[in-house]
Ligand binder design. Structure first.
Ligand SMILES: CC(C)(COP(=O)(O)OP(=O)(O)OC[C@H]1O[C@@H](n2cnc3c(N)ncnc32)[C@H](O)[C@@H]1OP(=O)(O)O)[C@@H](O)C(=O)NCCC(=O)NCCS
Length: 483
């Protein structure tokens, strides 16, 4: 139940968009979204409801047909999800809160859910080299692909260790399924603990990821058993809410975000079919269009170190308080998630050269994809924007009484800082041999994506909460980034 995100850019050259109907729909959607942001609050709500409706019914789709609405089913057809404590597609939520009460420990089912007789449960020891390799191989060959089966996520083993062993991790939440006869690992689901704030409530939740069933075992209703088993095991630990993301529409997204892509290596992106060369341009022009300067420009920019953990924790929690769905970080989380790890994650801070204060930071992670059946390239190196934070002039903003004016002033202040930071992030990503830099339209990303030449892709990511009812959250109010 992680992301899809393994989706293609629509077109290299948005200005000469010639790729047909799907792109026109996307262009219309983007301008609709822009119009919506400029509309008065009441009208915004109505437009948003309309957009959400289109989304769920699959009317909004990208050029490859993989829009946010793919596989939308009626509630009745969700044989599994209709039995679960999740918000129904047609439900209007007015008050936030749990759908089901917490279950006392002595009432939590004690035995694992039964599996078909050829299979057995097997916890994966992520710290064991042999077992992490088995997990890596399962995912590399069977995890998320784009709709046209051109790319498949290829999370590295070191990435998986980083993702699955954060502070508070539990071995009982790294759940594998093996074939009883030969012990081959054929399915997996994982959870990690995370403090998540939804509107004004902070809850200890489990963040579910890496749900995968071997290609040969698909459509046999194994996924529901995995989901029920991880739920049982989180109940045993006294946790009753989960957060997860998926490219498919399930009941019911709390938010839907769109992927944006910034070419760093346009020639390779065209060669692997990630993007297309518009008829009106040439490769040389395209390369020039996306060329980046060699050096970063933010004064005081340097890799984040252990000594920055306290300052970054304060900075990020304050920045994330602006959003409606966001993690709440302890210092241990910041240390784990945001200090660079070779080949996995890059974290940078801005230290004011005079005061030595940490004023901003950003991070990105590496998630390559296997390029399926391409004669020239086997891997697409993608960097994904992770957490960042900038200081905002809160005292000045508080003096502005008009809400709309305050928003404009905040966005201006954030944009000023963020543009330069993200430009530097692109330069650093290019320096580290990434081919593309991906970002969702969450947090304040829309303040820089257009100016920094990101283009809309054909993938959407839906955010879900399990056993938590809450009102829909706009993408730019999402402050949670899932791996
Ligand atoms: C996702 C995956 C595990 C589903 O397994 P499957 O064999 O296709 O489906 P199953 O027959 O076991 O189960 C179908 C049920 O799982 C649900 N389901 C499918 N994908 C899901 C997802 N990503 N998250 C949660 N539930 C999902 C279906 O909606 C269906 O339930 P419903 O009848 O209530 O609608 C499998 O397709 C897979 O490994 N895909 C590649 C990796 C991937 O996409 N992982 C999910 C990342 S978000």
């Amino acid at each position: 139940m992680s992301k899809t995100g393994n989706n293609k850019g629509n077109n290299e050259n948005a200005a000469s968009n010639t790729t047909g109907e799907g792109d026109n729909v996307n262009t219309a959607l983007i301008s609709f979204e822009q119009e919506m942001r400029n509309a008065p609050p009441g009208v915004q709500e109505q437009l948003r409801a309309l957009l959400q409706q289109m989304d769920v019914n699959g009317a909004v789709s990208g050029s490859s047909g993989s829009g946010s609405g793919k596989e939308a089913k009626s509630m009745e057809d969700h044989k599994f999800w209709k039995t679960q404590p999740v918000v129904k597609h047609d439900e209007i939520v007015e008050v936030d809160g749990p759908i089901e009460s917490d279950v006392p420990l002595d009432q939590v089912r004690a035995a694992p859910y039964p599996l078909p007789k050829e299979f057995e449960w097997s916890l994966v020891d992520v710290e064991d080299e042999k077992e992490i390799k088995e997990l890596y191989e399962l995912l590399t060959l069977n995890y998320v692909e784009d709709d046209d089966a051109m790319f498949r996520f290829n999370y590295s083993a070191n990435f998986l260790k980083w993702a699955l062993l954060p502070p508070g991790w539990k071995k009982s939440w790294h759940i594998g399924v093996r074939v009883t006869s030969n012990k081959k690992l054929v399915a997996f689901i994982s959870g990690i603990p995370q403090n998540v704030r939804v509107h004004n409530t902070i809850k200890r939740m489990v963040d579910i990821n890496f749900l995968c069933v071997h290609k040969k075992l698909r459509s046999k209703r194994l996924a529901p058993v995995l989901i029920k088993e991880v739920t049982r095991r989180t109940h045993l630990e006294g946790i009753f809410q989960a957060v997860y993301t998926a490219g498919v529409v399930l009941p019911k997204p709390v938010s839907t975000c769109r992927y944006f892509h910034r070419s760093l290596n346009p020639k390779k992106l065209v060669e692997v079919g990630f993007s297309r060369l518009a008829r009106t341009t040439t490769m040389a022009r395209l390369v020039k269009q996306y060329k980046l300067s060699a050096e970063t420009t933010t004064p005081g920019l340097r890799p984040m170190e252990e000594k920055d953990v306290g300052a970054v924790t304060q900075l990020i929690n304050k920045y994330l308080s602006h959003f409606e769905l966001a993690p709440h970080f302890e210092e241990a989380d910041v240390r784990h998630w945001l200090i660079s790890r070779p080949g996995v994650v890059w974290g940078f801070v801005v230290e004011n050269p005079e005061t030595k204060d940490i004023t901003d930071f950003f991070s990105f992670y590496s998630l390559p994809s296997t390029v399926i059946n391409n004669p020239k390239h086997s891997t697409l190196n993608a960097a994904y924007s992770f957490y960042y934070a900038v200081q905002t002039p809160d005292e000045e903003l508080d003096k502005i009484t008009d809400e709309a004016e305050r928003k404009i002033a905040r966005d201006d202040a954030v944009k000023n800082r963020l543009m330069r930071l993200m430009q530097d992030a692109l330069i650093l990503a290019r320096r580290n041999s990434f081919d593309v830099f991906n970002a969702l339209n969450l947090m304040d990303n829309t303040l820089f994506t257009e100016d920094l030449k990101f283009g809309p892709g054909d993938g959407y990511l839906h955010f879900y909460l399990y056993n938590w009812r809450c009102t829909t959250i706009q993408s730019e109010k999402v402050g949670l980034v899932m791996l």
